[in-house]
Design a protein around this ligand. Structure first.
Ligand SMILES: *[C@@H]1O[C@H](CO)[C@@H](O)[C@H](O)[C@H]1NC(C)=O
Ligand SMILES: *[C@@H]1O[C@H](CO)[C@@H](O)[C@H](O)[C@H]1NC(C)=O
Ligand SMILES: *[C@@H]1O[C@H](CO)[C@@H](O)[C@H](O)[C@H]1NC(C)=O
Length: 254
């Protein structure tokens, strides 16, 4: 009788140790990209001062500051942050490029969690082109697929790890976005740099995707080291009422 009680407790204790490290570990946090050899992938970027910011050569700079510090006599360390809501891994709400939607309150709090969570396909796109209608057609994404993460040359070039903003990043061209709206069931569009839309046609491309208020762009995803295929995607953006964008944590579960 005791065995049947002890065993689950032992198993729990062992698995807790596996997660948290042994109690004798030195005081050092564990930072992971992948869990359990590929069960969970963290596809969000770390917010760091060196991370690129839109049209900036300086990166995120001093976005985080210690407003109260124990070393200076405060009872706790309290940090404050200040940055564009379109920084790092983030989502766009319909109000981002359509003012009428902004005024009507289509903010990050209005986004559908069912769109942001569910089966997703990770695909590699041709490295020598932006995502045009022709490229979209060539990917043969089946009808019924609702979430697609498009890995581009941006990942190969490690653009999200370079401080200086690079406007030549790969992304959707307006005709590619139109093709997606008209010929697929995709409601979540994930890309691997600060905008899903190529720099050159950015406003027009955003409008095409945001117009129906049913497609959510997820930008600046960290897609290196993950195999092409189907995963369970989980994105949970902050509920920023009145904001047209929000930082989000995204993970893939195999
Ligand atoms: C609190 O802030 C100080 C800087 O004043 C820093 O050295 C220390 O690591 C912080 N402690 C914690 C627990 O974050
Ligand atoms: C502590 O206070 C001093 C003096 O006001 C200031 O120069 C310093 O930056 C503060 N340090 C932190 C970590 O807040
Ligand atoms: C994609 O478009 C950008 C302009 O937005 C351009 O600079 C870049 O060269 C294009 N990339 C490719 C692979 O054609």
């Amino acid at each position: 009788m005791t065995r049947s009680i002890i065993d689950p407790i032992l198993i729990l204790a062992v698995s807790l140790l596996a997660v948290s490290g042994t109690p004798t570990d030195e005081l050092k946090p564990i930072r992971r990209e992948v869990y359990e050899g590929g069960k969970i992938f963290d596809i969000s970027h770390r917010y760091t001062p060196e991370m690129p910011a839109w049209e900036s050569t300086q990166g995120m700079v001093n976005f985080l500051r210690l407003a109260a510090s124990m070393k200076n006599g405060s009872v706790a360390n309290v940090s404050e942050m200040k940055f564009s809501v379109h920084s790092g891994t983030h989502i766009d709400a319909p109000g981002h490029f359509i003012d009428e939607y902004y005024d009507a309150g289509f903010d990050t709090d209005s986004l559908d969690l069912r769109t942001l969570n569910g089966p997703a396909l990770l695909v590699d796109v041709p490295r020598d082109k932006n995502i045009t209608a022709e490229v979209m057609e060539s990917l043969h994404i089946p009808r019924g697929v609702r979430r697609v993460l498009f890995r581009t040359v941006n990942t190969d070039k490690r653009l999200m790890f370079k401080k200086e903003f690079d406007s030549s990043f790969a992304g959707f061209m307006t005709d590619g976005a139109k093709w997606l709206v008209e010929n697929t069931d995709i409601k979540l569009v994930g890309l691997d740099y600060l905008s899903f839309a190529a720099f050159e046609e950015s406003p027009a491309t955003h409008k095409v995707i945001l117009k129906g208020r049913d497609i959510i762009p997820v930008e600046a995803l960290k897609l290196d080291g993950v195999e092409v295929g189907t995963y369970s995607l989980h994105c949970l953006p902050l509920r920023l009422v009145g904001a047209e964008g929000a930082p989000t944590r995204c993970i893939l579960i195999k």
